[in-house]
Structure formats: structure tokens, C-alpha cells
Write a protein that binds this ligand. Structure first.
Ligand SMILES: [Zn+2]
Length: 62
């Protein structure tokens, strides 16, 4: 189809970029890494909370 070149969109801001790239700029790349780390920390925290909860459920005397 004419007028449509293969391209991707920046994972952060959605700008059209080259197909072999994930981000339009280093700024967006940094922002993405930050967000990913934050999400990982959040998941780890949730997992820890779940373990604690499970621990209490199993070891609480009835
Ligand atoms: Zn971007």
C-alpha cells in the first residue's frame, strides 16, 4: 500500500519511529526503564505481602 511505511511507535510517547527501535529518544528510554523498575518493585512488594498473609493464615492458631 502506498504511503504506509513500516514503522513502530515509541513505547512511551507513541511517536512513530524506525522499525528497529523501541523509543524515539533516550529520554523516553530512561522513562521506560524507570517505570519498569517501579512496576517490578511493586510486584515484589505485593508478593511479599501475600507471603506474609499466607504465613499468618497457615500459622495462626484457631
Ligand atoms: Zn517517545
Amino acid at each position: 500500500m502506498p504511503g504506509i511505511v513500516p514503522h513502530r511507535h515509541c513505547l512511551v510517547c507513541g511517536k512513530a519511529i524506525e522499525p528497529d527501535k523501541n523509543f524515539c529518544s533516550d529520554d523516553c528510554k530512561v522513562a521506560w526503564e524507570k517505570e519498569r523498575k517501579r512496576q517490578r518493585n511493586f510486584s515484589l512488594m505485593m508478593l511479599a505481602l501475600l507471603m506474609i498473609l499466607l504465613f499468618f493464615i497457615i500459622f495462626t492458631p484457631r
